[in-house]
Design a protein around this ligand. Structure first.
Ligand code: PMP
Ligand code: GLN
Length: 381
């Protein structure tokens, strides 16, 4: 076995989803909605399948999706892109992350990222033969620590792998924090790969700032999005990457040999969905905000300490007040104890002590499911 990959066993999402199936517990572990996305999206996929769009799509993506991604970046952020050279469609954001990191890094290069981090980051950096350098975001406010971020950079830093809004914390990076990242990227002449898959899942008027819109950042930033997250279709695996032609070409070169292409008929369907009115995007966010409120209230009533998320579909809670000493153990026992599944945040850390007793729960679920989870959690105390 490739020793670079041996530290990566089964992903926590697979382990915890299997545990949920085995025990019949409510699965608030892996993040996927239990409600379908917009009807127009589903209809457009059916039409594409019945309309014969079932063979390999073009390598970079179907033209109408390339156009629609460019139009989306213009509509929401004022970013102008050439759809033929500055947009690449991928098999979900996961492939976009892999293609970007593998396309930009050589063995021995360093990648700066924040922890907790989405689990594919560590594995992808390892696959590239690169090394990760991290800066810890600490419960409960997860603010950027300037000193540790500065210290994570070195002459070998090639890429900053950013994620805002952030999984698993639900944090939205502030403009000041992004300016600090941008300043360091300039100082060390690095690329920024920014995973913005939760860009539309914002609560209480929170504002998402794409780092590529900061002065001087367009030329050094690859931005990643996902239809799975934006339109509640995680199984479709349609993602995209946008940025300067040179970096998009580097990612495209890799992507050709990862999946070549994917999701043929879903690509035109996502193109349709990206053009839906603001009310559709807002409706998805406000439904999630309601779910957040239900779950936060339930966790607090059960005695956990909660960091209220401003975005995404995840909330982090500290189980220490319930006597937990190790989140992984706590999560492995939770289905037996109360019929709910969560994910230990420590698995997303190098510094596991920063998250010893923290658990992530997903609230992208129906009201009645969240209410039942809250009732079950209340029996823990
Ligand atoms: N990045 C982050 C931060 C995520 O949370 C996820 C999935 N939940 C992904 C990327 C992967 O997205 P996709 O399913 O589109 O590959
Ligand atoms: N991104 C989703 C999460 O964080 C899960 C994706 C996966 O299972 N790899 O829950």
């Amino acid at each position: 076995e490739n020793p670079r990959m041996s530290p990566f066993g089964t992903t926590i999402f697979a382990e915890m989803s299997a545990l949920a199936v085995r025990t019949g517990a409510i699965n608030l572990g892996q993040g996927f909605p239990d409600t379908d996305g917009p009807r127009e999206l589903l209809d457009a996929a059916v039409a594409a399948i019945l309309g014969g769009r079932n063979q390999y799509p073009p390598g970079p993506g179907v033209p109408e999706l390339l156009e629609a991604v460019a139009a989306h970046q213009r509509r929401f952020y004022g970013i102008e892109l050439d759809p033929t050279r500055e947009v690449l469609v991928t098999a979900g954001a996961t492939e976009a992350i892999a293609a970007a990191v593998l396309g930009l890094c050589e063995p021995g290069d360093e990648v700066v990222t924040f922890e907790p981090y989405y689990d594919s980051y560590a594995a992808t950096i390892a696959l590239a033969g690169a090394e990760r350098r991290t800066s810890v975001l600490r419960f409960p406010d997860f603010a950027v620590d300037e000193a540790s971020l500065r210290a994570a950079f070195s002459p070998r830093t090639k890429v900053v792998l950013l994620n805002t809004p952030h999984n698993p914390t639900g944090k939205v990076f502030t403009r000041d924090e992004l300016e600090l990242v941008a300043e360091l990227a300039h100082e060390h002449d690095t690329w920024v790969v920014t995973d913005e898959v939760y860009e539309h899942l914002l609560f209480d008027g929170a504002q998402h700032v794409p780092i590529s819109t900061l002065p001087g950042m367009r030329e050094r930033t690859l931005t990643i999005g996902s239809a799975g997250k934006t339109f509640s279709a995680t199984g479709w695996k349609v993602g995209w990457l946008t940025g300067p032609a040179e970096a998009v070409a580097a990612a495209r070169r890799v992507k050709q040999f990862l999946t070549y292409v994917a999701s043929g008929p879903f690509q035109p369907a996502v193109a349709t969905a990206l053009g839906l009115p603001d009310a559709t995007y807002d409706g998805l966010a406000s439904r999630l905000q309601h779910g957040r409120d239900l779950l936060v209230a339930g966790l607090e009533a059960a005695g956990l300490t909660v960091s209220r998320p401003a975005a995404t579909y995840f909330v982090i809670a500290d189980a220490a007040p319930l006597g937990a000493v190790d989140a992984l153990e706590f999560c492995r026992e939770l289905p037996e104890r109360c019929g709910v599944v969560g994910v230990p945040v420590s698995v997303f850390h190098d510094d596991v002590d920063a998250a010893r007793t923290l658990v992530r729960f997903a609230f992208c679920k129906k009201d009645e499911v969240l209410a039942e989870a809250a009732r079950r959690l209340a029996t823990l105390g």
